[in-house]
Design a protein around this ligand. Structure first.
Ligand SMILES: O=C(CO)COP(=O)(O)O
Length: 254
């Protein structure tokens, strides 16, 4: 993949969303860690639900080469915010990554660009790496507004946090029309937006890993990863089966 020419380490991130019991998570993590040990070119991250993070790190990941991430964090540092989980709590429990601004958070919980930017900043303050999700709706794409939407979403984090923090982050391009729909962006469509995001970031853009998400499967991962600006994937449905997920991870190493 692009890795060879640009020296960015590929990264494959599993977003398990609202799925799993302790038994399911145990089986899935066993399946992943049994197949992903030793030295690999690609970095692998799993993002279980909050309630399974401690189990994941204590029972499975502590001595593995699979990193732990969370699916979200609070926009507040601490205090009277019932139900929230702070970035610092996630760091304390062993997370290295936190997804912020996922389209499902923006859509179902009306998260704004400003809230996402606050979360993005707090993840950095807590010494973890944010995975900033951006992406357009079908309607916005049809209206020719894709790049405007991406510019606004990336710009909100850039304005609030500065380019130095963006340089130490992962950006995930997830077009909403491809998330959970079985419709994947073509490699050309994804590449166009990835190249645009890299350009928006200026000189530091060359070092930032930009991953694609939206119906990534074992049978389409390889062609996506062959694009020069696609550095890996953020995987939903196909990350719920260890064998399928590992196939995608392997495709990032070709
Ligand atoms: O939202 C996603 C990952 O964050 C993508 O989900 P699917 O892979 O199920 O389309």
């Amino acid at each position: 993949m692009g890795q060879l020419s640009n020296k960015r380490r590929p990264i494959i991130i599993a977003n398990w969303k609202l799925n799993g019991t302790t038994a399911f998570v145990s089986d899935l993590l066993d399946g992943i860690t049994e197949q992903w040990f030793g030295v690999h070119q690609a970095e692998v991250v799993v993002c279980p639900a909050f309630i399974h993070l401690a189990q994941a790190v204590n029972e499975h990941l502590a001595h593995s080469n699979v990193a732990l991430g969370a699916q979200d964090c609070s926009q507040f540092e601490e205090g009277a915010y019932t139900g929230d989980v702070s970035a610092e709590m996630l760091h304390d429990i062993g997370c290295q990554y936190v997804i912020v601004g996922h389209s499902e958070r923006r859509r179902f919980y009306s998260e704004s660009d400003a809230q996402v930017a606050k979360k993005f900043d707090l993840v950095h303050q807590s010494m973890m790496t944010p995975i900033l999700c951006v992406g357009e709706t079908q309607e916005q794409r049809e209206a020719g507004k894709t790049l405007d939407v991406i510019k606004r979403q990336v710009g909100a984090a850039l304005d609030y946090c500065g380019v130095e923090k963006l340089a130490r982050s992962v950006v995930a391009y997830e077009p909403l029309w491809a998330v959970g729909t079985g419709v994947t962006a073509t490699p050309d469509q994804a590449q166009e937006v990835h190249a645009f995001i890299r350009e928006l970031l200026g000189p530091v853009g060359q070092a930032v890993r930009i991953v694609y998400g939206g119906s990534v499967k074992a049978n389409n991962a390889e062609t996506l990863f062959a694009e020069p600006d696609i550095d890996g994937a953020l995987v939903g449905g196909a990350a719920l089966k260890a064998d399928d997920f590992i196939e995608i991870c392997k495709a990032a190493e070709l």
